[in-house]
Design a protein around this ligand. Structure first.
Ligand code: FES
Length: 157
């Protein structure tokens, strides 16, 4: 049974164009996250088995890169910028507002799966500080009150 599962998993990766070379670890992690949204423990096992390396190595390499997620993402993705420009303009207060509103910490997803939240170093629009991004939409020159209104809009959506 386990052998069948491994063959099926290998089929998925082969179909996606991978050969099983350990050098494919990063592209395979990217493929897996694009397909499933995050790198789960079973996902790391699948990748490790396919490449002939340990799951520990998969996690060690993946955790080196900020692009990889290890928790299931929410339906709505909230990023609060804590880069220098946003920090000066109250980024920490915005992060606090999200934490109090959703009752989660950076890197977590709400239990109902509606929201995940992440603090990031810079969203590339420092002149608009303080900046929050929700589902790819930039909210500029944010204050705690403005952010509360935005979060309430998504609550009702
Ligand atoms: S520091 Fe926040 S967008 Fe650059």
């Amino acid at each position: 049974m386990a052998d069948t599962a491994i063959i099926n998993e290998a089929d998925e990766f082969v179909t996606a164009g991978f050969t099983g070379s350990p050098e494919e670890l990063i592209p395979l992690l990217q493929y897996y996250q694009n397909t499933y949204g995050y790198i789960s423990p079973p996902g790391a096992e699948k990748i490790a088995c396919f490449l002939g390396i340990s799951a520990a190595k998969v996690f060690t390499v993946a955790s080196f890169f900020a692009q990889f997620r290890f928790k299931k993402p929410g339906e709505n993705h909230i990023c609060v910028c804590l880069g220098t420009a946003c920090h000066v303009q109250g980024g920490d207060e915005l992060s606090q507002e999200v934490q109090e509103h959703l009752h989660i910490q950076s890197g977590d997803t709400t239990p109902d799966g509606r929201f995940d939240f992440e603090e990031v170093a810079c969203l590339g629009c420092c002149a608009q500080a303080a900046v929050v991004e929700v589902n790819g939409k930039i909210y500029a020159k944010m204050s705690r009150d403005k952010l509360r209104n935005v979060l309430e809009q998504y609550d009702r959506a």
